[in-house]
Design a protein around this ligand. Structure first.
Ligand SMILES: *Cc1c(COP(=O)(O)O)cnc(C)c1O
Length: 390
């Protein structure tokens, strides 16, 4: 049996290597490596793709979030509500601008921010909400915007895992006040290095972000704010322009992979499969199942780690890659110890973190290899203990 990686970027490159090489060589020959036509073209085309007026390219998804918060003048004394079940960058930038992250528990079906619990977390200090469209699955933005607008809050969408996803027919990143994207290689639209962008329909916000990402300057060598240096390189922009043309095709292939997983995994015991909300169109950055620890066979009781951890190491022994996103929710991370959260405060996120397992997911994953993943997984699951009488 072949070993199967969680994702295979080299395989994707093979399918577009000629176009990418040509685009990169053109930039190299141009002598213009910072800014220039590829970056401007990418900003224009990506804005059109997302369906917004403005796109500002920058160096990473992390910078995109940071710049959006700064441009909205969120800082010391402010609270920003977000999910504890995300990559650290989402909360890190809230801390970096001097504001305080407030974590609200997640919905057990989507693993996104639980909107039922959102209103109770809003205080007089709350300035913004940062929803994360986790694993490619969009948050119910209709409901979120209604809550935010009624309370005067800004909404910054973390779209890092959801490039091309849709809620109610609109692309994520076009619904909140700002959308923040990452072009890290593993994302749905990935560069060959770092990259990011902010999308918005607010020209003043876009202008503020442009100034901040260029050292607080919109006139060279005159500075009106303390900014940063955050650029999308011309080489990365040229690569992204090629890949943007394939994004919808790749996202459709991911949807097919997800549909096949659902079909193949449905008969297996003891797992919860991801589900889309009506109105949402996921782009399946990850296919993440939950393995519940209530079907332990005796062999599992004697070894340490959660049932999920044990299944994962069994998979690894058989050459099948899988990932855990994320093993420890942010409210329990050492870096946030001083926020005062305790284990048990956000029980859904805490439980889900011990159960999630992301299976191999990439557009080029063949039906044959996928069947092999499921066959191997079946082999690695605990056999339910036989019922004993008496
Ligand atoms: C990847 C990611 C980021 C950060 O993007 P970078 O480009 O790596 O800085 C932020 N939020 C989420 C949810 C992510 O998955």
């Amino acid at each position: 049996m072949n070993s199967i990686p969680p994702l295979d970027l080299a395989q994707q490159y093979q399918t577009i290597s000629e176009e990418v090489s040509k685009a990169v060589l053109e930039v190299l020959a141009s002598g213009r490596y910072i800014g220039g036509p590829p970056v401007q073209d990418f900003e224009r085309q990506f804005a059109a793709y997302v369906g917004v007026e403005e796109c500002v390219a920058c160096n990473s998804g992390t910078d995109a979030l940071y710049l959006a918060l700064r441009a909205l003048k969120i800082g010391p004394g402010d609270q920003v509500i977000t999910t504890p079940f995300t990559f650290i960058a989402t909360a890190e930038v809230i801390t970096l601008v001097g504001a305080t992250p407030v974590f609200v528990d997640i919905d057990p079906q989507t693993y996104n921010l639980d909107l039922n619990q959102l209103p109770a977390a809003i205080t007089s200090k709350t300035r913004a909400v940062v929803p994360v469209h986790l694993f490619g699955q969009p948050v119910d933005m209709t409901r979120l915007m209604a809550i935010a607008e009624s309370r005067g809050l800004a909404v910054i969408e973390d779209c890092a895992q959801a490039t091309g996803a849709e809620w109610a027919g609109r692309k994520t990143g076009s619904i909140g006040h700002a959308g923040c994207f990452s072009f890290f290689p593993t994302k749905n639209l990935g560069a060959c290095g770092d990259g990011g962008a902010v999308t918005t329909n607010d020209p003043a916000l876009a202008e503020a972000i442009r100034t901040l990402k260029e050292h607080g300057s919109n006139r060279r060598y005159y500075h009106e704010a303390t900014g940063i240096n955050s650029r999308l390189d011309a080489v990365q922009a040229a690569i992204l322009l090629v890949k943007l043309r394939y994004l919808d095709t790749w996202n459709d292939l991911r949807r097919q992979v997800a549909a096949r997983y659902r079909h193949l995994l449905a008969p297996l015991p003891g797992m919860i499969l991801p589900q889309e909300l009506p109105g949402g169109r996921s782009v399946w950055n990850q296919y993440t199942i939950r393995l519940q620890g209530n079907r332990l066979d005796p062999a599992f009781h004697s070894t340490p780690g959660s049932y999920r951890d044990q299944v994962r190491s069994r998979l690894q022994e058989r050459g099948t890659g899988s990932m855990v996103y994320y093993p420890l929710p942010l409210h329990l991370q050492p870096v946030y110890a001083d926020l005062g959260y305790q284990a048990g405060d956000l029980p859904v996120a805490e439980q889900v973190a011990t159960e999630v397992l992301s299976l191999p997911m990439f557009p080029e994953l063949s039906p044959e290899l996928q069947a092999q993943v499921v066959y191997t997984l079946k082999d690695c699951l605990a056999v339910p203990a036989p019922l004993t009488s008496g």
